[in-house]
Design a protein around this ligand. Structure first.
Ligand SMILES: Cc1cc2nc3c(=O)[nH]c(=O)nc-3n(C[C@H](O)[C@H](O)[C@H](O)COP(=O)(O)OP(=O)(O)OC[C@H]3O[C@@H](n4cnc5c(N)ncnc54)[C@H](O)[C@@H]3O)c2cc1C
Length: 313
């Protein structure tokens, strides 16, 4: 399809104006990535549906991103349309004890909303960067809890462009896993269960979690995408900290080009400035081999690599 045709078609279908040749490094906390051929930011569920409908009706490659906190973009960019989700509405349904949240809402916005209404149950999300859609995709969590446990249902825009409601049990939540990882569909809205609670107790718990995170995680100024590897699960079901395996294997201080193992926690690969996706992947591979040699375990990436020719179609 000619560039001009696609731009015209997309604008006619959606009323939205595309950007071209957008630096993906500006949309990933890793600060890595080439140019997206096309880029659009949507600010409502309606716009998200229109954008996905338009590209999928023409089978034009697209990839949906939230905050970009768990992504490693390709050095050569993305050869299709990147849709950035900023649909932000949150509503509380007291009779059902549910928050109805647009998938582009920031998790911290959700935590603040819950505090303002004196609703408990979501405190563990404090400090996890990203959108609710991204959190559902990877079942984000901390302090022994994950978002999947709080899901009542999720509204999906399916590959064949239908609105479908999926119940918690249909989403197959596991450790940093949901069925969306097998069948990449678009999450439009998420319904999370909350309970009335004591506002000052909720605030205290949130503050405590944020302080604990500050001690463990790299400061915000450090470019990374969170824990690079998942914690491996042994055959007896026991989870082992990937950071510890890496540290014991001698990962501290390792570096490839601009990518390095964070000195404070070996499961964070950081961009020292000028790192490429190639540097990160090469360093990650060396780390996997070291841990395999020492412990016979192959670490699986938690960070998601987005190749230039990826597509959610
Ligand atoms: C400093 C730091 C600390 C972190 N700490 C934690 C932590 O404690 N716990 C944890 O679990 N994670 C943590 N992470 C990782 C990250 O915050 C989570 O993975 C988060 O859920 C990513 O959300 P996002 O909106 O940025 O998703 P993105 O990175 O933009 O996308 C991730 C994936 O989700 C998909 N996706 C996004 N939105 C949708 C949607 N609406 N529908 C369908 N698919 C969608 C994307 O296509 C992509 O495949 C951390 C990251 C950083 C940088």
């Amino acid at each position: 399809m000619q560039d001009f045709d696609f731009e015209q078609f997309f604008q006619a279908e959606t009323g939205l104006k595309l950007k071209k040749d957008v630096a993906l490094s500006d949309y990933s906390s890793f600060k890595i990535g080439g140019l997206a051929r096309y880029f659009i930011e949507v600010t409502s569920t309606d716009q998200l549906i229109k954008a996905v409908s338009a590209v999928s009706s023409r089978r034009f490659p697209f990839y949906l991103i939230g905050g970009g906190y768990n992504l490693l973009f390709d050095d050569i960019g993305f050869n299709g349309l990147i849709i950035r989700n900023k649909a932000l509405a949150i509503n509380f349904h007291p009779e059902q004890g549910l928050l109805e949240i647009d998938s582009g809402s920031d998790l911290q916005q959700v935590v603040r909303f819950a505090i303002s209404k004196g609703l408990k149950g979501l405190e563990f999300l404090a400090g996890i960067p990203g959108t609710v859609g991204g959190a559902i995709y990877g079942n984000a969590g901390a302090f022994g809890q994950s978002i999947g446990e709080k899901v009542s249902e999720v509204l999906i825009f399916s590959r064949d462009r239908r609105l479908i409601t999926l119940k918690q049990s249909e989403l197959g939540f596991g450790y940093r896993f949901s069925n969306l990882k097998k069948d990449h569909q678009v999450v439009l809205k998420v319904f999370l269960a909350v309970e009335p609670g004591d506002k000052s107790e909720i605030e205290r718990q949130v503050k405590d979690y944020l302080e604990q995170r500050e001690r463990k995680h790299p400061p915000r100024s450090v470019a990374c995408a969170g824990s690079y590897f998942k914690n491996p699960v042994l055959p007896d079901g026991q989870k082992v900290a990937a950071g510890l395996l890496l540290e014991k294997s001698g990962a501290r201080g390792m570096q490839v080009g601009g990518a390095a193992v964070f000195h404070g926690h070996c499961n964070f690969i950081i961009n020292l400035g000028g790192a490429t996706a190639r540097d990160v992947k090469e360093l990650a591979h060396r780390l996997q081999e070291m841990v395999h040699q020492n412990f016979g375990l192959w670490l699986e990436e938690e960070v998601i690599f987005v190749p230039a020719d990826a597509s959610m179609l």
